[in-house]
Design a protein around this ligand. Structure first.
Ligand code: NAD
Ligand code: UGA
Length: 472
């Protein structure tokens, strides 16, 4: 029976860092080394200011760093020492070549796998933690097997990660399930059991699911696609609500009470963001096309199309409400992260909206409690359109508070559902006083009590709600 004593994680990002920090925290008998090619990222993991913001992460890392948890750029040494290696590198959408804009770029997974094959001096269990297209483990196996000898064997497992940013530590400490796929061979099953033993240090055994490799890989894409599909479904309904006078919160509540549907992931919004939903659905669309299943591809692609539509619809509503022009008007954007409790901005709806505002020659003032100004400038630059921070600064101002952003603004737009933007936390009377009149407020997150804000004097517009519709 294989007992895991030494774990290496390749990739110290949003997944590798928190996942393996929790593993170290819960398994003091296992040495965990998280490695990355990025020196800056590793230096940050070794500092007092961790490279990602995630509630509860500091406590976990500081409790075991330099005891049984290490961060290093020495990838080869960590591979050599480990008996189990998580491959937790990025798998972004391909930018060029075959499948550009849709297929996953597996270059990082391949280079990490090749590195393992090249430097390993003893047998390893290699775990695919990154989200990958179905049957990627086959390619990893081919690379590793080409380098195995009678003394050095590689077993491959699929162990996709289901954590959500903002609640990563909670999700990792108490996961709904842990999924481990393996080839159903004797050594595959032994490797699978070894990883089950690691997780059952803290996860109840009945929540650790074992499957074959391909089911595990596909389940990860399927779970993200179904979650995103629910958001696109409620967002599609939000458009009907606005046209009819139905209230999307009431519709979501009524539907969610059906235990077969459940209440989660039915919050209408300005559109889902994040590094994974769109990427993983497009990955599924590409896979379906490759498998010659065009109807299946079209079905999933519609989830992404609906998400883009929702963002555009929101912008169109803002422009038409502001008398069909926002040229030279000041728009205060509250929130830039793709959801609350994270500093991550990847695919944030805020990026699309603000670029549209800039195209319309508006002046945009942005406040987010966790996103650094530099990140915002980077996200809003577009090669060939707005190349430099200096150009952007003509239209974009980064603020230190919601009050500063809203000062002199014609409209406030809530894009991220940070708690501090709620109407019991932010002084909306103060915001109103400082704004141009009429003072418009657009709530893309159903975060504030519109009635209360209307009493202050705001002209409020909320996704999925239109009290005037159907009354005339
Ligand atoms: P990330 O970009 O934050 O981190 C990936 C890290 O891997 C980077 O720091 C990069 O420098 C490093 N890296 C790349 N190639 C390397 C190599 N050959 N050797 C060493 N280091 C290398 O990405 P992430 O958000 O952590 O996502 C990683 C994977 O997990 C993706 O496949 C993603 O789809 C999946 N995933 C992400 C989340 C999430 O919430 N972010 C959740 C579940 C699954
Ligand atoms: C998502 C999944 O929830 C995780 O299970 C998965 O592991 C992860 O993707 C991944 O593979 O990367 P994440 O993107 O971090 O996690 O965050 P979510 O809470 O899923 O939110 C995604 C987006 O949907 C956010 O922009 C959020 O605001 C939006 N959303 C979420 C809604 O608009 N409405 C909802 O009801 C829920």
């Amino acid at each position: 029976m294989t007992v895991v004593k030494n774990v290496c994680c390749i990739g110290a990002g949003y997944v590798g860092g928190p996942t393996c920090a929790v593993l170290a925290y819960k398994c003091p008998d296992i040495k965990v080394t998280i490695v990355d090619l990025s020196e800056a990222r590793i230096a940050a993991w070794n500092s007092d200011h961790l490279p990602i913001y995630e509630p509860g992460l500091d406590e976990v890392v500081f409790a075991c760093r330099d005891k049984n948890l290490f961060f290093s750029t020495n990838v080869d040494a960590a591979i050599q020492e480990a008996d189990l290696i998580f491959v937790s590198v990025n798998t972004p959408t391909k930018k060029s070549g075959m499948g550009a804009g849709m297929a996953a770029d597996l270059a990082y997974v391949e280079s990490a796998t090749r590195r393992i094959a090249e430097v390993a001096k003893s047998s390893k269990i290699v775990v695919e933690k990154s989200t990958v297209p179905c049957r990627t483990a086959q390619s990893m196996r081919t690379i590793l097997e080409a380098n195995s000898t009678p003394e050095i064997q590689f077993d491959i497992l699929s162990n996709p990660e289901f954590l959500a940013e903002g609640t990563a530590i909670k999700d990792l400490l108490n996961p709904d399930r842990v999924l481990i796929g393996a080839l159903q061979t004797e050594s595959g099953i032994e490797a699978q059991n070894a990883l089950v033993d690691v997780y059952t240090h803290w996860v109840p055994k009945e929540r650790v699911i074992t499957t074959n490799l391909w089911s595990s890989e596909l389940s990860k894409l399927a779970a993200n696609a179904m979650l995103a599909q629910r958001i696109s479904s409620i967002n599609a309904l939000s458009a009907i609500c606005e046209a009819t006078g139905a209230d999307v919160d009431e519709v979501a509540f009524a539907c969610g009470k059906d235990t077969r549907l459940g209440s989660k992931f039915l919050k209408a919004s300005v559109g889902f963001g994040g590094s994974c939903f769109q990427k993983d659905i497009l990955n599924l669309v590409y896979l379906s096309k490759q498998l010659n299943l065009p109807e299946v591809a079209a079905y999933w692609e519609q989830v992404v199309i609906m998400n883009e539509y929702q963002k555009k619809r929101f912008v169109r509503n803002i422009i038409s409400t502001l008398f069909n022009t926002i040229t030279n008007k000041k728009i205060a954007v509250l929130g830039f992260a793709f959801k609350k409790d994270t500093g991550d901005t990847r695919e944030s709806a805020a990026i699309t909206l603000i670029k549209d505002f800039i195209q319309e020659n508006a002046r945009v003032a942005i406040y987010d409690p966790k996103v650094e100004a530099q990140q915002i400038y980077m996200d809003l630059s577009e090669p060939g359109v707005v190349d430099t921070q200096k150009q952007l600064e003509k239209n974009v101002q980064i603020c230190q508070s919601a009050y500063e952003a809203a000062d002199g603004a014609d409209a406030v737009v809530i894009v991220t559902e940070w708690d501090e933007f709620r109407d019991d936390q932010l002084d909306y009377s103060k915001i109103y006083t400082g704004m141009n009149k009429p003072a418009f407020l657009f709530d893309g997150r159903l975060l504030v009590n519109a009635q209360k804000l209307r009493q202050i004097g705001f002209k409020v517009s909320v996704i999925g709600k239109n009290e005037l519709a159907g009354t005339a």
